[in-house]
Design a protein around this ligand. Structure first.
Ligand code: ACO
Length: 330
């Protein structure tokens, strides 16, 4: 018999690579300038994983921090979800590698791929399992090492991305607290605007693919930009409607961090002043699935949220996909 109960974030943690690449470092690598990157994107620097660090390494560190915060032992988890487009390898799932390293014996684990919306998709899936009392605790990790799928000779993309990870643990909470609503969507017709052509079953990685650089992210920036601005506004309004809340009740918007101009346009449309919008892309660039949970974990660690605060999380990404969640912090 299924029950319905509140679902709260009871732990969080993040793991950032220590290596920093600044805009002036990039000036030495491609034909770009600090001024262009700052004014066109808002990014000043980004973190890049060391060669020996894979997604599961950052994911493991973030998961351990979240478990510590929640004061939970790994065997109490019911499910581990890793949202990523840069798994350690095609299979086994990075979530299984994390499950093993955590010693979370027998705990279900899978990867979820929804581009930069991955963490919000994961949150929504985890929410269902905890709300229905199928599991008490679900670990959701957003991790990406985009530096591995970035062409560092392409100035159109290499200035945008960074690496990082963050994790949250969902657990049973008070009704009307925690996750109040979720909203997910996709438009595969826009898949051609943001994709990684080679290395899958359509185009196995061969020498020709490598010669053409098809192992790297291909992006139509202006098309993604237009989509992002539109969908951020629409998804925010829809998820608020589902929560029965109004824009004025939002304490903080936590948007996906792809471009400061996308964030500004969405915030303007939602009539949210800058002090109510959490931004970390100036320091980290676009970390795909990790951008939103890193912003959430960082603000939570800094004591920025008060009980009762309404957090509006909105993201978009390759697919094209979008997702949004409303949380009453408790
Ligand atoms: N340095 C200097 N000049 C550059 C650079 C650079 N790093 N990159 C592009 N330019 C040039 C272009 O070549 C172009 O020159 P041209 O006019 O001589 O051809 C000029 O700058 C303008 O390029 P635009 O593409 O029109 O610039 P725009 O204002 O659209 O900004 C950007 C480009 C930053 C990519 C923007 O379109 C954007 O942010 N799009 C959304 C990207 C996004 O959200 N991606 C999500 C990725 S999620 C994921 O990958 C997992």
């Amino acid at each position: 018999m299924s029950t319905h109960r509140g679902v709260s974030i009871i732990g969080w943690g993040r793991a950032m690579p220590s290596k920093v690449i600044t805009n002036s470092d990039l000036e030495k690598m491609v034909d770009t300038s600090d001024e262009w990157i700052r004014t066109r994107t808002g990014i000043r620097e980004r973190r890049v994983a060391n060669p020996e660090q894979a997604a599961s390494d950052l994911a493991f560190d973030a998961a351990q921090a979240a478990l510590k915060k929640a004061d939970l032992s790994p065997d109490r988890l019911g499910l581990i979800i890793v949202a990523t487009v840069t798994p350690d390898m095609a299979f086994p799932a990075t979530a299984c590698l994390v499950q093993d390293r955590l010693g979370a014996k027998g705990v279900a684990a899978f990867d979820l791929e929804a581009g930069c919306s991955g963490f919000l998709y994961g949150l929504s899936v985890g929410h269902q399992f905890v709300q229905s009392a199928t599991y008490d605790y679900v670990l959701i990790i957003g991790v990406d090492i985009l530096s591995r799928i970035t062409n560092w000779e392409d100035r159109n993309t290499c200035v945008l991305f960074g690496d990082g990870a963050a994790a949250v643990i969902l657990g049973p909470g008070e009704p009307e607290q925690g996750i109040l609503s979720t909203y997910l969507g996709s438009d595969g017709g826009g898949g051609k605007y943001l994709y990684l052509p080679a290395g899958g079953s359509r185009y196995p990685l061969d020498h020709e693919a490598l010669d053409q650089g098809l192992q790297y992210t291909q992006m139509n920036g202006p098309e993604v930009f237009k989509f992002a601005v539109r969908i951020m506004g629409e998804a925010a309004l829809e998820v608020l409607k589902r929560a029965g809340l109004k824009l004025e009740q939002v304490t903080y918007l936590i948007p996906h961090q792809a471009n400061q101009r996308i964030i500004d346009a969405a915030a303007k449309r939602l009539r949210l002043p800058p002090e109510r919008v959490l931004v970390n892309l100036d320091r980290y660039g676009n970390m795909s699935s990790a951008s939103i949970p890193v912003a959430l974990a960082e603000a939570a660690d800094q004591g920025q949220f008060q009980p009762g605060d309404i957090l509006l999380l909105v993201g978009f990404g390759a697919g094209l996909t979008w997702g949004a969640t409303v949380i009453r912090w408790g």
